[in-house]
Design a protein around this ligand. Structure first.
Ligand code: ADP
Ligand code: MG
Length: 257
């Protein structure tokens, strides 16, 4: 699946917060259209990895390319240097992210949350953005909630609006960071159903951090086990879950399954 052009390419990426090394000489390549699931213990650097790809976080060493463009390059000593602000904005426009906490604008309706980015950032005419927004809300099963404010919606509905909002920016890469972890159990299924539908888009690259192992097995082309800021083990889901090689992966899977 990772044949062909890469959507994401990290080389020897190190990221520190003070004295703690959160990404540790990390190498990762994600193919165009690949559906990658990242699992691993809390504090292992999964969110930091996604935040780097979303350009919300910098790195100290190594290089990062997104859709063939260098977001971070490194000199001969390995020190990382960020692309220009302009280039960074261009790169960011290829990436969308959905967070654990829904992060909707509370003062905007569901529809306005979805149309805000297209109108303000993509300079889409309002009429066109509204019809796109309605179509996306229909796809996530919320056509009857267009005029609702986030406070009047359930967590599952808010998260589906957040997914529609991310899709409205037409990303080539979509990042999901534990998007069902804050939801009541009975609302998890409706959000996973929306993500499952999105994964049918062949050209869309998806990187998903999740604890939903059966869902990972179902949608992933490849599963990575992350620990201490690097990939300890990776593989095709069936083989990964049925015959994990490393002792750390085995222990982790035993604790969550
Ligand atoms: P995960 O998503 O796998 O739980 P994170 O990427 O959120 O892990 O965090 C990895 C480590 O980096 C944790 O020890 C966390 O406390 C630390 N960390 C994350 N963000 C910051 C920050 N902004 N400042 C300092 N430490 C941070
Ligand atoms: Mg996290």
């Amino acid at each position: 699946m990772s044949a062909g052009p890469f959507s994401v390419q990290l080389r020897n990426v190190t990221k520190r917060f003070g004295a703690s090394t959160v990404l540790n000489d990390l190498n990762l390549e994600v193919g165009q259209g690949e559906k990658l699931v990242v699992i691993g213990p809390s504090g292992s650097g999964k969110s930091t990895l996604l935040r780097v790809l979303m350009t919300l976080e910098g790195i100290d060493r190594g290089s990062v390319s997104i859709c063939g463009r260098e977001l971070w390059s490194c000199d001969s000593t390995g020190a990382a240097r960020q692309a220009s602000a302009r280039q960074t904005r261009t790169i960011r426009s290829d990436v969308g992210m959905v967070f654990q906490s829904f992060n909707l604008f509370p003062h905007l309706t569901a529809l306005e949350n979805v149309t805000e980015g297209p109108i303000r950032v993509l300079k889409m005419p309002k009429e066109k953005a509204v019809s796109l927004g309605k179509e996306l809300l229909r796809r996530v099963g919320l056509e009857d909630r267009c005029d609702y404010y986030p406070a009047r919606m359930s967590g599952g509905q808010q998260q589906r609006v957040a997914i529609a909002r991310a899709m409205a920016m037409r990303p080539k890469i979509l990042l999901f960071d534990e998007v069902t972890s804050a939801l009541d159990p009975e609302l998890v299924g409706e959000v996973l159903a929306v993500i499952r539908e999105l994964t049918h888009q062949k050209e869309l690259t998806v990187i998903m951090v999740t604890h939903q192992m059966s869902f990972a097995r179902e949608i992933a082309d490849r599963v990575c086990f992350f620990d201490h800021g690097r990939i300890v083990e990776e593989g095709e889901p069936y083989q990964f879950f049925s015959q994990p090689k490393s002792a750390r992966t085995q222990a982790f899977l035993k604790s969550v399954l």
